[in-house]
Design a protein around this ligand. Structure first.
Ligand code: OOG
Ligand code: NI
Length: 446
């Protein structure tokens, strides 16, 4: 029987999830159409240079999803479902400390090897509610929330059994693969089950994200994000189609220098019809506005030194408290031109970004390493633009300590460190070229 490998499961899952989400959120389909048109136009206009950060095929198929879960148990289960598809937890993000105060901690499940990323780069930003954080949840609310979450079943046993087997056997036979994919996609579909109105509202008063996670008995895709080669063009074309975008493009500004890290924006969260069970038992129909349409452009991964420059620049602009998106963009541009090298060579010389090296016709060729991860401040900005109100955080209370080690312990898997992975990729390529040239690795580059 045909064996379906982890990357084939991942690619099929990404495709089916995209089809499912497109049926649920038609504006996402518009976003995909516009993204494809932008990418085709960029490649037509700029040629091979446009594909330095990823081939048109890869970028066209590329998505990240965002999902939100309630408990370490659910995180452990999803880690196995994603593990079956060759996706592993990378990085740790704490969104509680950001400006919009969202009570979650997160990691990203994604392929970790360059060749796996090249086959299919699908990644999922995965958040978990911090129910024990007193700044958000009283002891009473925590107890009720945890018992609500303990009683729900987000991932059916059959899905978990297949995931476990796929992990152990590195793939599945065709029939099992089909069942695994069907169950996995279904686990992320929006449920038609009526939402308990009083419970949802009680959580929403604390945080819209807490209600989205803990107010319902299932999970769903929050957004699926395509990648574009020109996000400014995408923004203009979406607006031109009458779709309301959030005010800003988060992250770096549009500028003449190298694309670094990640730029993201979104169309505003849309009303989606949902059924509600009222306290008197009747079912009514209303709408919730939690899912939005994000889009992103990716640039070169920065080293810890580069990241420091980036974080300082972003903080400086935020600190100016500017009123409009135009002013914020102008300020970013000014700070960027002052603090960041205007060329890839400049980034390499100052050790601010990661590159790989190859020998082509006896010449050393330097290629940027694409940033495959996320930015918590950007995530917070997207959250803030899409929530009707920020979370309520009681700063008289002490927050519960949560870090990468805690999350690794909770899900029983190590979290990969993104910086270490980029550095390893860069130094392996340097060593290869050095060996071919018969020189020391430090002699290759910068
Ligand atoms: C996740 C927000 C983070 C991103 O692209 O930074 C994210 C969420 O909304 O649950 O997806
Ligand atoms: Ni996202």
């Amino acid at each position: 029987m045909t064996h379906v490998s982890p990357w084939q499961l991942r690619a099929a899952f990404a495709r089916r999830l995209s089809d499912m989400y497109g049926a649920e959120v038609p504006a996402y389909t518009t976003l995909l159409e516009v993204s494809h048109a932008v990418n085709a136009d960029v490649v037509a206009a700029r040629g091979a240079d446009a594909e330095r950060l990823g081939s048109l095929d890869r970028v066209t198929a590329e998505r990240h999803g965002a999902i939100r879960l309630g408990t370490p148990r659910e995180m452990t289960q999803v880690a196995s479902v994603f593990g079956a598809m060759g996706m592993h937890p990378v990085g740790f993000y704490d969104l509680r400390e950001t400006a919009s105060a969202v009570p979650v901690i997160s990691t990203a499940f994604r392929p970790v090897d360059a060749d796996e990323l090249a086959r299919n780069p699908f990644r999922v930003f995965t958040s978990m509610l911090t129910t024990a954080d007193r700044r958000f949840f009283s002891a009473d609310l925590q107890a009720r929330l945890e018992s609500f979450l303990a009683a729900r079943e987000v991932f059916p046993p059959r899905l978990l059994a297949l995931a476990g087997r796929a992990e152990a056997e590195v793939g599945l036979g065709a029939t099992d693969a089909e069942e695994f994919l069907t169950l996995a996609v279904a686990a992320f579909e929006l449920s038609a089950e009526p939402v308990d109105r009083a419970w949802y509202d009680e959580l929403e008063a604390v945080s819209a994200v807490a209600a989205d996670i803990g107010g319902v008995r299932s999970t769903h895709v929050n957004h699926l994000t395509p990648r574009v080669l020109d996000i400014d063009d995408l923004y203009a074309r979406m607006s031109g189609r009458g779709i309301t975008m959030i005010d800003d493009i988060q992250g770096p500004p549009a500028w003449e220098g190298p694309d670094v890290l990640l730029r993201q924006t979104s169309f505003r969260a849309l009303d989606e019809p949902r059924a509600f069970r009222q306290p008197d038992g009747t079912v009514t129909h209303d709408a919730l506005r939690v899912r939005f349409g994000e889009v992103e452009a990716r640039g070169v991964a920065l080293t810890p030194a580069g990241r420091e420059v980036y974080d300082r620049a972003v903080a400086e602009v935020a600190g100016r408290g500017l009123a409009t998106a135009e002013q914020r963009h102008a300020a970013k541009l000014e700070v960027w031109r002052r603090d960041l090298p205007a060329t890839e060579a400049g980034l390499a010389e100052r050790g601010l970004a990661y590159f790989t090296y190859d020998l082509v016709d006896d010449e050393v060729v330097r290629t940027p390493v694409v940033y495959e991860d996320f930015l918590p401040q950007s995530a917070a900005g997207i959250f803030a633009s899409n929530l009707s109100h920020d979370g309520v955080r009681d700063l008289d209370q002490a927050g519960v300590e949560r870090d990468a080690d805690w999350l690794a312990g909770a899900i029983g898997r190590d979290l990969h460190d993104p910086f270490e992975m980029y550095a390893a990729q860069s130094s392996a390529s340097r060593a290869r070229v050095a060996a071919e040239l018969g020189v020391a690795p430090e002699a290759v580059g910068p």
